[in-house]
Ligand binder design. Structure first.
Ligand code: HPA
Ligand code: ZN
Length: 332
């Protein structure tokens, strides 16, 4: 029964809405780019890299995630990173991907938009030409850095706005509430950019309220702690503000101790527009289908729940309405 559900889910067209491209850097590519550029990493083998991925919270992951990203130096590195992820999309039937990137992780090392944007664009165009892959970019601000740094990043992006659909907010959540970025998000909105924000991963429900009310977001990334506040659930359901939930990430970062404790079924049963996503697949042990498989393995999740999650992935996307409807008609 479980295997049947897995085969069925694998075969459905799906959208992925919460994916950090820097979090798709596989240890093999990390080591090969480190060798190419002479970057010293504290690992001597691919096995050692994988063994280091034993996290106890968000910050312990972020430390390794920023370290790993330090091997990305030239346009072709960013091309390879993006093309590798899009190739995984093809294998998992992810027909549309909304992909986050963290400019400040690169600009802080002197690597500018003129390096990473052409690399991303080249891979996205190639995948679109070769197999019709649909994708778009979400520029995420690192919330542990200042408002000034985020404003500078938005300004640095001015020649690339046509390539960017939305802005996002990621990195260390606790102590960095959404309100810190009110002016940044207002400016992004005035440029015609859509908005998403990580909230309610480690942070409290108040941060989800802040993201919706102050940052005026279209979606909440994670948002699993919304379950603690019935008024917030009511608000998210009424406004149909989607949650981009990431099951393997949540257990790897100890938001839930075990997958059996994950609240995805409760979120769906409250009527929330929840979706399933991989977040940082190379660090958390799997791409999109693996996240669906983990739910099938560990939760009493049913075929109607799974169908709803896959449908939600398109409904919650930034695709044009007619394209959404075309994909929804294909999912039965
Ligand atoms: N949370 C916050 N910041 C991040 C994440 C995440 O899950 N992944 C990459 N940066
Ligand atoms: Zn994330």
């Amino acid at each position: 029964m479980k295997n049947e559900l897995k085969t069925w889910v694998s075969g459905l067209p799906k959208a992925e809405l919460h994916l950090h491209i820097e979090g798709s850097l596989e240890p093999e590519l990390m080591m090969s780019l480190a060798n190419k550029h002479g970057v010293e990493l504290p690992y001597s083998s691919i096995e050692e890299v994988r063994a280091a991925y034993d996290f106890h919270n968000l910050q312990s992951f972020l430390d390794l995630y920023y370290l790993g990203a330090s091997v990305l130096r030239v346009e072709d590195d960013f091309y390879q990173l993006m093309f590798a992820y899009l190739t995984k999309c093809r294998a998992d039937n992810v027909v549309h991907a909304e992909i986050m990137f963290d400019p400040q992780t690169h600009t802080a090392r002197g690597i500018g938009f003129e390096v990473f944007m052409p690399g991303f664009a080249r891979a996205m165009k190639q995948a679109e030409n070769e197999w019709g892959q649909s994708s778009l970019l979400i520029m995420s601000f690192l919330r542990h850095l200042s408002e000034e740094s985020a404003l500078q990043t938005l300004d640095d992006a001015r020649h690339y706005l046509a390539m960017i659909t939305a802005v996002g907010l990621d990195s260390a959540e606790l102590g960095n509430p959404p309100e810190k970025f009110e002016r940044v998000f207002a400016k992004a909105k005035s440029y015609g950019l859509k908005r998403v924000a990580h909230a309610g991963e480690e942070g409290p429900p108040e941060y989800i309220w802040g993201a919706t009310k102050v940052l005026d977001v279209h979606r909440i990334d994670h948002g699993v702690r919304s379950i603690e506040d019935p008024d917030l659930i009511k608000h998210l359901v009424e406004k149909q503000i989607p949650l981009t939930v990431c099951p393997l990430s949540n257990t790897k970062l100890k938001v839930f101790k075990h997958m059996q404790e994950h609240n995805i079924i409760q979120l769906l049963e409250h009527g929330l527009l929840a979706t399933i996503n991989a977040d940082d697949p190379s660090y958390f042990g799997g791409y999109l289908n693996d996240n669906y498989f983990a739910l099938i393995d560990h939760l009493p999740i049913t075929k109607p729940h799974l169908l709803q999650l896959v449908q939600n992935s398109f409904s919650a996307s930034f695709l044009p309405e007619e394209v959404k409807q075309d994909w929804l008609a294909k999912i039965v």
